[in-house]
Design a binder for this molecule. Structure first.
Ligand SMILES: [Zn+2]
Ligand SMILES: [Zn+2]
Length: 385
């Protein structure tokens, strides 16, 4: 890992948060593990830029870094919650990345780190949903509606869990702190062990008379309809997180998140290679020999392609910008149209007669192997391999 966080992101030492964010976003697009097929170097780079990003967008961390260098922010905990730079979870990072470009929540919210810890015990569950998308929806982006079974704040007690007219009282066991302290011996001497209060489960308060509607939980069953904006260019198994759209916590605890996992139905017409698409175009012998104008499908609707005369099997035509959009970026991939010359297997008497006539005057095909090589050259060219 590099110690020069500014250098890693390519920003100056006085760069503002917006600039750092922009630089990170650009690099994240490039080095994102999803785009690099398990390439270790890219993954390392991604970790590196994510670490730099995290530190430089957190005022406290940045100040520590400016003063003491990387040693000032690495290791030793230091209030970074469970998301220290040594443990960058790539799927979480992807999550930020998707969330940001999906317009589904605050980019910075994720980096709050430890802020969530205090009341985590009361945090509601996450809701996981699966969104099915077609390739056409990937091409344009889509707004999907999902119905989820969840819980809602109990209206009778307003989520407190206490019977109306009664009060929630301070927990006698912990005195309202939600924690119990206990002296314990360790090899370092006596230490204070802190654990959540067993009586109030860390809440600091207890319900003496439970609300009958929700039995003291503060929540009742509910069904909700949620709209999710899916950005264009997403891939299978990407996921979007709608922060705080999950199940509310018990007794007014904070809600969980809604996590939408994307499933993209394969389109039999196209083979997807990131932003690029490959389409196999069958041509008759005469179309290939004489040239033709043929209709080819794109995710945006059909378009016309002019096939040159003398087109061989394996020739690849590139339709620029007819592939899929790049997530969160301007620009689109290309649609590669790969030609296959079709040989008829059944001939009418007249076709046979004409072809035999033609056979008398047709030329000889080139030396063996040449056509095959060309096919792979085209493909290699098309996908930069
Ligand atoms: Zn307690
Ligand atoms: Zn209630």
């Amino acid at each position: 890992m590099s110690d020069d966080f500014y250098g890693v992101l390519g920003v100056s030492r006085d760069a503002g948060v917006a600039e750092i964010k922009k630089a990170y976003r650009k690099l994240a697009m490039q080095y994102h593990p999803d785009r690099n097929n398990g390439d270790k170097a890219a993954e390392e780079k991604f970790k590196e830029i994510t670490e730099a990003y995290e530190v430089l967008t957190d005022a406290e961390q940045r100040a520590a870094y400016d003063r003491y260098g990387a040693a000032g922010v690495r290791g030793g905990g230091g209030g970074r919650g469970g998301f220290g730079p040594q443990h960058v979870d790539l799927s979480e990072a992807l999550n930020i990345f998707m969330r940001d470009f999906g317009g589904l929540g605050g980019f910075d919210a994720f980096f709050g780190g430890g802020q969530r810890s205090q009341r985590d015990r009361h945090r509601g569950q996450d809701i996981k949903v699966t969104l099915q998308l077609t390739l056409a929806e990937v091409a344009t982006g889509a707004t999907k509606t999902v119905k989820v079974k969840t819980l809602d704040r109990c209206k009778v007690c307003d989520g407190t869990g206490a019977k109306p007219g009664t009060k929630v009282v301070r927990c006698g066991t912990c005195g309202g702190s939600g924690e119990v302290h206990r002296a314990a011996q360790s090899i370092f001497g006596q230490i204070m062990a802190v654990s959540p209060c067993p009586t109030c489960a860390g809440d600091g308060t207890v319900v003496e008379h439970q609300c009958t509607e929700c039995r003291g939980d503060g929540r009742v069953k509910a069904e909700k309809t949620i709209q999710i904006d899916v950005p264009a260019g997403v891939a299978d198994h990407h996921y979007l997180t709608l922060r705080d759209h999950g199940v509310p916590g018990p007794r007014r605890g904070p809600p969980g998140d809604l996590v939408a996992v994307l499933e993209i139905a394969p389109d039999p017409r196209f083979e997807r290679h990131d932003d690029d698409l490959l389409f196999d175009l069958p041509l008759s012998f005469t179309q290939a020999a004489l040239g033709a104008e043929v209709e080819v499908p794109t995710p945006y609707g059909p378009t016309m392609l002019k096939v040159q005369h003398g087109t061989q099997t394996g020739t690849v035509y590139r339709l620029r910008g007819k592939g899929l959009p790049r997530v969160g970026e301007a620009g689109k991939g290309d649609l590669h149209v790969r030609v296959h010359v079709w040989t008829p297997s059944k001939l009418t008497a007249e076709q046979e007669r004409l072809l035999e006539e033609f056979a008398k005057i047709e030329g000889k095909p080139p030396a063996e192997g040449q056509v095959g090589r060309k096919f792979w050259d085209h493909l290699r060219q098309a996908f930069g391999g």
